[in-house]
Design a protein around this ligand. Structure first.
Ligand code: PLP
Length: 390
């Protein structure tokens, strides 16, 4: 069938809206000219809203990991003790970045598929007073878990002065994030997830408490030196050539986000999560995480009666529908549906309905339409309040 048809539903990269795609086609401008300064200025305020901060948000040309590495090398020195909370692959990545920089890592690992337990982390910090920074993942993309960052920040502050550094790459812009109010010291996100852009930009903001360390520590850094980004931003500029085309796209995606409004965006993601989960429940296919821990941006499914990778193969071949497999420990054991950014409840109905067909093609004994119906019912219930108004 149609050769170029694709339904990309992995948890990043995510589909790019047509108007964002068009914005990126604008001709190149001088990176030190007023046009670029104006562009950078227009971007700042909507970016701050997404981070829930009054602080500057720095933009680094690089994938999400660039800002993760920037967070590490700007806040901790070699041999210093840090706590890395590992709830899946991305927590593990934070630990590896620290280890590569000769930082003394305490790995605190939670069973993959569960959210972290903030009280236990508080106790661990109380017993290990030399820890100076805590690294956490907001949405653990590899398991579809949303970690309780607000609660974590509160618990840490009860016993420790450590910085809280949060990887929000797969959810900032799709779930409520209040960097300043919650007391996050460093927050990171990337372009190719909830921000509806291609890969290539990463974002980072740092609290005044984090800046005390950034200004003073001796760790080697050049491209990722946040002091350079800070000084340049005072002049509405960047220390190195910015990814201008992506910035044009970002301006448009931020415009779309402002028009829809953050509260509506957050509830759209909740709805898509609830529709997806209801569908698999109805099909009697187990979910990896429980309701309380589940992320609004990605859902992990852990089937017991078939190979997830075989289903993925059929979906890709039949419908051009791309869903993600498992990573690391969960390789071959789960599949993951990304429903963040440019994703509508109508997409969920399409995904579920294609998956039902895929399951039947695999010989699974499921009732066609039962998952779709469950998702439709969640949708109707969600808007019942509105109907009463009409
Ligand atoms: C996607 C992602 C990243 C960044 O990965 P890159 O491949 O470097 O863009 C980091 N953390 C989380 C939680 C992610 O989902």
């Amino acid at each position: 069938m149609l050769e170029d048809y694709q339904l990309l539903r992995i948890p990043g990269p995510t589909p790019v809206p047509p108007s964002v795609q068009r914005a990126m086609l604008q001709p190149m401008i001088g990176h030190r000219d007023q046009e670029t300064k104006d562009l950078l200025t227009r971007i700042q305020s909507p970016l701050k809203a997404i981070f829930g901060t009054e602080l500057d948000v720095f933009i680094i040309a690089g994938s999400g990991t660039a800002a993760l590495e920037a967070a590490v090398v700007n806040t901790v020195e070699a041999k210093e003790e840090v706590l890395v909370l590992v709830t899946g692959t991305f927590g593990d990545r934070f630990a590896k970045i620290c280890e590569a920089n000769h930082i003394a890592v305490h790995r605190y690992e939670t069973k993959w598929g569960n959210a972290l337990n903030t009280k236990k982390i508080r106790d661990y910090l109380a017993e290990n007073p030399s820890i100076t920074a805590v690294f956490a993942t907001y949405c653990e993309t590899s398991t579809g878990v949303l970690n309780p960052i607000q609660e974590l920040a509160q618990e840490i502050k009860k016993v420790s002065d450590a910085l809280l550094i949060v990887d929000g790459v797969s959810c900032v812009g799709a779930v409520e994030t209040k960097m300043d109010e919650w007391g996050i010291d460093v927050l990171i996100t990337g372009s190719q997830k909830a921000l509806m852009l291609p890969p290539g930009l990463s974002f980072i903001a740092a609290s005044p408490k984090a800046w005390q360390r950034i200004a003073r520590i001796k760790q080697h850094r050049f491209y990722f030196d946040l002091r350079k980004y800070h000084d340049s931003l005072q002049q509405d500029s960047t220390p190195f050539t910015p990814a201008i085309s992506l910035l044009y796209g970002l301006e448009q995606s931020l415009h779309l986000i402002e028009k829809e409004g953050l509260p509506s965006i957050y509830s759209r993601h909740q709805l898509m999560k609830d529709m997806t989960r209801a569908a698999f429940r109805s099909l009697r296919i187990p979910l990896l995480t429980n309701d309380a821990d589940a992320s609004p941006t990605v859902t992990a499914i852990k089937p017991t009666s078939f190979q997830p990778d075989m289903l993925r193969h059929i979906l890709k071949k039949e419908f051009g529908l791309v869903v993600a497999g498992g990573q690391n420990k969960l390789k071959g054991k789960i599949f993951r549906i990304g429903h963040m950014g440019y994703c509508h409840p109508a997409d969920i109905l399409q995904i579920i309905s294609c998956i039902e067909l895929g399951l039947r093609k695999m010989g699974q004994n499921i009732a066609l339409g039962s998952g779709t119906k469950a998702a439709q019912q969640v949708y109707l219930k969600y808007f019942q309040g509105d109907e009463d108004d009409i």
